[in-house]
Each structure stands twice: as C-alpha cells, then as structure tokens.
Unconditional design. Sequence first.
Length: 202
Amino acid sequence: MGDTPLSVTPKLGACSVCGRTSETKSGWFFRREKRGRRNFVDIDYCPSCAAKVQTEIQEQSRDANLQGGILLGALGAVLGAAGWYALVLFTNTKFGIAAVGVGWLVGRAVLLGAGNKRGTALQVAGAVLALAGLIGGEYLIINHAAQQSIEGFTGWLNATQFVTFYKEVLVHGNPLWDVVFYAVALMAAVGQVRPLKLRPRP
C-alpha cells in the first residue's frame, strides 16, 4: 500500500506525492513537518495533489471521537503524572523536562483516542488534560516531600496544604523554569492535535 498524500517522503524540488517538477512554484503548496527532535522539512505539493491533501486535511477534522480522546487523554495524564513521580523517587531529583514528556504523552493519547483526528476541541481537551497531569505530578511529588519532612505525616495533603507547599517550592526554587516547562508541555500536547495546514509556496 502506497503513501497517502499526508504520508509521504519529501522530494527535493518536486511534488512529494506524484514527483512532478516545475521551474516555477506558482500554485504550489507546502507544509512544514517535524522530523526527529530538531529537524523540520518542507513537503511540497503540486496544484492537483494539493487539492487532494486539502481534502484529507478537512477529513481529519471531521467526526472526531471527542469522548474517546478525552478518556484516553485522561489515562495519559494519570500515567504521565505517575511516571514523573516515579522518576523523582528513583533519582531524588525533579527534572522539569519531564513535564514536557507529560504534555507530549497526553497529546498523543488524545490524538489516538480521537481516531487520529485533529481539531480545536481536541486541542482544548489536550491542554486541559495536560495541565491536570502536570498538577497531578506536582501534587504527588510535593506530597512525598511533605511526608519526608513532616514528622508523623503519612497521609495526603488537602488542596489548601498543597497550594501552601507549592508556593514554598516556588519561592525557594526558580519559578521561571516552571513556567517555561509548563508552557512547552502544553504546546506539546496541543501540537499533537493541531489541524494540519497547507501554505502557498512563495
């Protein structure tokens, strides 16, 4: 089975679907896709193939299984929070970059649960669930710290106690990095279900 218009190997200077070449790119379109951790490639489409791609993009935003995306995204949030907590227990260090992993996991889960569909509603769901996963991870980490530092405390912090402890963590830490990692984590979640977009080739 061959590539679909959205699943192709970029061809330098040619349409990535049909292989057509043209000295001028009038009427051509492209989309930028991330390949690997830091590499981005431009995927070119000739006018006729661009129309097929646009149709496929529109199909990706229709009939999304929002409930499935939310349910699987919620599971991803729970697993992400637990994984972040386990990493802290294992290393005795809180890695902010792990928050990005939580966001990515949630976004991926929402995408799969929605049937590989994309759209604004799924982006909102991904952002909310990623934030819930991040707060959940922070809660587990801070609750563990409280158990270690408060003699005789073996239970669970209530909401007020958690907020108080978290403020102390921010005061004695570097809150800017928390903001940065949280922002990147939310972008990672939202980016997984962001609708694809074709741009006209200049």
